[in-house]
Write a protein that binds this ligand. Structure first.
Ligand code: SF4
Length: 472
């Protein structure tokens, strides 16, 4: 759905997928990653373990369909495999940061893939470097790997203890998959910020950032990995351990609002249903006097449907997205764009002409996209454009692996709603309340830090410092 799109202002960092105990594990991982492609388009990789314990890896920059072909998948033998799709934020781009990582160690090789961001990575990196660790990449995953290795040396105990100790040292948002020659470990941060679900396939198991990948390969959802839990999967089946007493369910609200695919369920709540409900609640909180409801494709369509149902106003396809724009598409230059060349999105003149339009969008980051769309609708003849946003104003950056622009770029960080409305050229503007997100999610805990500035974890530096760093 969200192809590498100049309209997109927020990027998720990654998606992970793992298979245990199923023939052709790498092929299944390929299909799993393909359905998680919206979570990262910069690079991807798969590591498999053959029955004789040999780790093989294929990774590269680009989309899943670009990096893998039949021969490459066939080279990844075995019934165990983990994979990763990446959008580069922390650590930057470059092949060395494409996951999964593979580590050779005298206590046994292992592979690692992760989604999220460690907030105390600087402190941990210093701690590990002082003790002789050498880093090959700038990724957070390598920190966890070094911590696991270090604990394995120190304790000479089963690897699960080393993993638990390592997880207890890292702070932040993460879903980790660790694969050894005979086991798959699936771990989630104790705040519950990033999703990770467990499924069954034949006699084996699958783990995925999103449940939509289960449907694609015919796996059956078992349950979500709990915050602060490590699930071990091996020939004994599945075992669960709690590595931390502390536990919250602060799921990233943006997973529901924007990132996840509508056919995924996050902690028991379907994403499309959540979005549709936010649309209904948006109408309750901010009705608009208008003729038609139009959603910004694709992630705002569910909310637009909800708004339309609640208001009784017809839902119309006033905006069309061109689906066939891939990574290699030659984007129109700024000059051509100013002349009106629009590739990604166009307004449908005969639908919006002379109409008062309620335009539903899922969020506003910098405001550039919204401004462009409002303009586009007016150019197509819309009489009025009432902008309704199915989330609260984004006011502060995210430190949990989501690439939301820095303070200076966030249009709502310093402007009041009326000023934002004027700057976007809309006739009216309203946002959804934070209360409505809890109501739509049917839950009492969520991370809302980019709206409220209340971060669920310690940040290990001031917001200003972190903000400055994320700009560099
Ligand atoms: S700050 Fe926002 S984007 Fe980041 S984890 Fe929390 S809700 Fe998600």
């Amino acid at each position: 759905m969200h192809s590498n799109d100049d309209m997109r202002e927020i990027h998720e960092e990654c998606g992970v997928f793992g298979v245990y105990g199923v023939p052709d594990a790498a092929s299944l991982t390929y299909y799993g990653l393909h359905s998680l492609q919206h979570r990262g388009q910069e690079g991807c990789g798969i590591v498999s373990v053959s029955p004789d314990g040999v780790f093989r890896r294929v990774k590269g920059e680009g989309l899943v369909t670009e990096v893998f072909n039949g021969d490459r998948i066939a080279s990844l033998e075995g019934m165990m495999s983990i994979g990763h799709v990446r959008y580069s934020t922390t650590g930057g781009g470059g092949i060395e940061n494409v996951q999964p990582f593979l580590f050779r160690h005298n206590t046994g090789d292992f592979a690692l893939a992760h989604n999220g961001n460690i907030v105390n990575s600087k402190e941990l990196r210093r701690y590990l470097e002082d003790r002789g660790s050498l880093f090959q990449s700038s990724s957070d995953s390598e920190i966890l790997a070094h911590l696991i290795k270090k604990q394995s040396y120190d304790r000479n105990a089963p690897r699960i203890f080393a993993i638990e100790e390592a997880l207890n040292m890292i702070e932040g948002a993460f879903a980790f998959l660790v694969m050894t020659s005979g086991r798959l470990y699936a771990c989630r941060d104790k705040y519950g910020l990033r999703p990770l679900s467990l499924g069954r396939l034949g006699d084996g198991y699958v783990v995925s950032s999103e449940t939509c990948a289960f449907d694609v390969i015919g796996a059956e959802f078992i349950r979500d990995i709990e915050p602060g839990e490590v699930v071990t999967i091996d020939h004994h089946g599945i075992r669960s351990r709690r590595y931390s007493e502390f536990r919250k369910h602060d799921m990233c609200a943006m997973e529901y609002i924007y990132f996840s695919r509508p056919d995924s369920d996050i902690e028991g709540r379907n994403v499309h249903s959540f979005r549709k409900e936010t649309g209904r609640l948006l109408y309750r909180e901010a009705p608009a006097d208008a003729d038609i409801v139009v959603g910004v494709p694709d992630s705002s369509l569910s909310a637009a449907m909800g708004y339309s149902e609640a208001s009784g106003l017809p839902y119309e396809m006033g905006l069309i997205k061109n689906k066939y724009i891939g990574r290699t598409f030659i984007q129109p230059s700024q000059a051509l764009r100013e002349k009106g060349v629009r590739m990604k999105l166009s307004a449908v003149k005969t639908i919006v002409k002379d109409k008062r339009v309620v335009l539903i969008d899922d969020s506003i980051v910098r405001g550039t996209t919204s401004r462009r769309i409002v303009r586009m609708l007016r150019d197509a003849g819309a009489r009025e454009v009432h902008l309704r946003i199915a989330s609260p104003p984004i006011k502060t950056p995210c430190f949990y692996g989501v690439d939301i622009s820095t303070y200076d770029e966030l249009i709502c960080a310093r402007k009041q709603t009326a000023e934002v409305c004027e700057s976007l050229g809309a006739d009216s503007l309203a946002f959804l309340s934070t209360g409505a997100l809890f109501e739509a999610g049917r839950r009492s805990e969520l991370c809302l830090a980019c709206f409220t500035g209340e971060y669920p974890t310690a940040l290990y530096q001031s917001i200003e410092e972190a903000n400055k760093e994320s700009k560099n």
